[in-house]
Design a protein. Sequence first.
Length: 74
Amino acid sequence: MRVDDAAFDSVFMSLSKREAEVMDLIATGQSNGQIAQRLFLSEKTVKNHVNRIYAKLGVSSRVTAIGLWQSRQK
């Protein structure tokens, strides 16, 4: 494993269990509202999770976050 790979993995490991769960649902194309309903959360809570995920991944869009998330699973 290269240093870059280790750093990349550590970013994903920094996500909480709930943030990873939210990210899995984002990657399936679900909206914040749909995620909120599925996880029995308010949309505001989901939005907070999404913002923390973006900050941890260093991204500013759903598309970029999904791309990183899917590349991690290959």
